[in-house]
Each structure stands twice: as C-alpha cells, then as structure tokens.
Write a protein that binds this ligand. Structure first.
Ligand code: ADP
Ligand code: MG
Length: 317
C-alpha cells in the first residue's frame, strides 16, 4: 500500500461542510458570519504521550480528543481538522482501528477531516483543529477576577491512577483498572460545556498537565491568586477507594484529564449549573479566586496543605 492508497483508503471521505476537503493542495471551508476562527495543534508521540500497547482505535480517539478539548476550553464549536501522520510502515490493521476511532469521534462532534500529511517515520500524530466562536466571545485564560468561584467538570485523576498502575507503582483490581484505563485512553472532550459557558465563565482552560498546574496558568494570566479545597476535587469511586495521599497526587497534579477548569462570578452560580445541565456534565466548585497571588491549598477543616504538586513539563520531568 503506497502513500496515496493509504490516504484514499483510510482518510478520504466525501467532503461535507468543507467546500474542498482531502485531495487538493489546500482545503477550503466557510466560517459563519460574525464568527472568529479558533485553532489549536497537539502532537502525540509514542512513548511520550501514549504507550505502544494502546489499541489503535483508542489512539485515534485520543489524538482528536485532546485537540477538541482545546476548542472546548475556548468555547468554540468544532468545524474541521487536519492530520499529520508519521508511520513506521503502512500497517492496514493499525490504520483501520486508528481511523475508526478517530473518525467516530470526529463524526460525534461534526468535525470534518479536511487534509493532512503522511510520511514514513517513528509513530507520531499531529492534529490541528479549527473551530468557530462568536466574535469576542472566546473563553480565555486571562479573564478571572478576585472573588470568582473556581470549578472543574467531571472527575479528575483517573488517567494518572492508570499511569501509576502501568508504571507498577500501584495495583488495582481488574475492573478498577479497566475503568481508569478508559479515562486515560478515551477522554471525552467537554465541547458542549465549553460552548454553554460562553458569556458565563470569565476564564477557562482544559486540564492536560495537571489541575493545579493548568489552573496556575489562569491565575498568572489573570493576575489573581486562589484558594483550592483539595478534598473537594471530584473523583470516581475507584479513586475514592485509594489512599488519601495518592488521591491528592492524582487529582491535583495528575494530568491527561481533559476536563475543564473555569472561573465564574459567584452570582452566576445558577447559570453555571444550567450550563452543566445543558451539556450533561457534572461541574464541582473547588475554590475561589482572590487578589492575593499564589495558590493556597486547604483541607476540609480549612488547614493549609503543603503544595508540592508540580505540573507536568516535557523538559523537566
Ligand atoms: P501536497 O504534497 O500537495 O502537500 P500531499 O501529497 O501531501 O499533498 O497530500 C495529498 C492530499 O492528501 C492533500 O489534500 C492532503 O491534505 C491529504 N492528506 C495527506 N495526508 C493525509 C492524512 N493523513 N489525512 C488526511 N488527509 C491527508
Ligand atoms: Mg503534503
């Protein structure tokens, strides 16, 4: 199977929304009147972002999911994406699973594959997504204000718990492991929630490198600090059964959660809950922004906890 057969067989479908899709020098597509284009790129490298044991179908899902998560964090509606792929060889079984997982998630979000690049090389997947957002309404990292409530969607920490099991630093029973492994391999980007929060949230970010680390990007950009109630972080039943220090590590600094962390004025709490209901995603208030800079962690009794939870950094960790 050659390069062009491969593209034709696994990555070419009739253009739908796009005026020109796969097969020409450029793809061409419309953005709605009064809308701004939101775009983001994320790369997945074998051994760095995923283990070679992952099912191809899940890898396809995750490669797009982490990109859709960035659109979600900006409150943008997905339109299209491009796929740059380096493959060690043209393995039909791998490509079948990979494209199935990828395109199923794309269809679920109405996000069209409009082009890309394919080359031989160590397995590497780079996706660029394009979305649209009404002019001036993108959710950004910089809008949080002192007094705003801080929320997180879904539950956090399971992906890190799965990673600890893969690293053999921790053990879980079969069913528990399967559940957290799904969280790691099949994250659900909070696309509907991001859009529902437009005009309500003052800032937002998606959790890819760890909740505290990602939240600190909001705090720095917004020039505010925060108090976070460590033990209020939403967690799965599997997580709740783990020792408290491990729960705190996974939920506060885990990474790979792809949940949204966002801020909203305290008097918009009802609107936040409505948005969550519309999006069919739970949201939990986990703390409050304040003018004093820095991030303070407290336990349920209000005692300050030591904050030794660094966030993931490719060139430090
Ligand atoms: P060019 O050399 O003009 O950049 P290519 O020969 O690399 O074009 O690609 C041919 C067509 O196939 C282009 O439309 C490109 O966008 C598309 N394409 C290449 N790789 C992929 C891929 N992995 N997924 C989707 N479309 C792809
Ligand atoms: Mg090319």
């Amino acid at each position: 199977m050659g390069e062009f057969d491969l593209i034709e067989r696994f990555f070419t479908r009739p253009a739908r929304r796009a005026a020109v899709g796969v097969g020409d020098d450029c793809a061409v597509f419309e953005v709605g009147a009064g809308m701004q284009l939101a775009t983001s790129t994320d790369m997945l490298v074998e051994g760095r972002h995923f283990l070679s044991t992952v099912l191809p179908e899940r890898l396809g899902h995750k490669a797009l999911a982490v990109n859709l998560s960035d659109l979600a964090a900006c409150g943008a509606a997905p339109l299209a994406f491009t796929l740059a792929l380096a493959l060690p060889r043209a393995d039909a079984a791998f490509l079948e699973g990979f494209s199935r997982g990828l395109l199923a998630l794309a269809d679920a979000h109405g996000c069209e594959l409009i082009g890309g690049d394919t080359t031989q090389g160590p397995l590497n997947i780079c996706i660029t997504v394009f979305g649209e957002v009404p002019r001036g309404q993108a959710l950004l990292r910089r809008g949080a204000r002192a007094g705003d409530d801080i929320y997180v969607s879904g539950t956090v920490g399971d992906a890190r718990l799965a990673l600890e099991v893969f690293r053999a630093t921790h053990a879980l029973d079969g069913a528990g492991f399967e559940q957290v492994r799904r969280a790691m391999e099949l994250p659900q980007p909070r696309v509907a929630l991001g859009q529902a929060l437009r005009g309500i949230a003052t800032s937002a970010i998606d959790v890819s490198d760890g909740l505290l680390g990602d939240l600190s990007h909001i705090l720095r950009r917004s020039d505010v600090g925060a108090v976070i109630e460590a033990d209020l972080l939403p967690r799965s039943d599997v997580m709740k059964a783990q020792p408290l220090p491990l729960q705190r590590l996974c939920t506060l600094a885990g990474g790979d959660d792809y949940e949204l962390v966002f801020t909203a004025p305290a008097d918009r709490a009802a609107a936040v809950l409505d948005a969550a209901k519309t999006a069919k995603v739970a949201v939990t208030r986990i703390g409050r922004a304040r003018s004093k800079t820095g991030l303070e962690l407290i336990d349920l009794q209000g005692r300050t906890l030591e904050n030794s939870f660094g966030s993931f950094d490719h060139f430090r960790s």
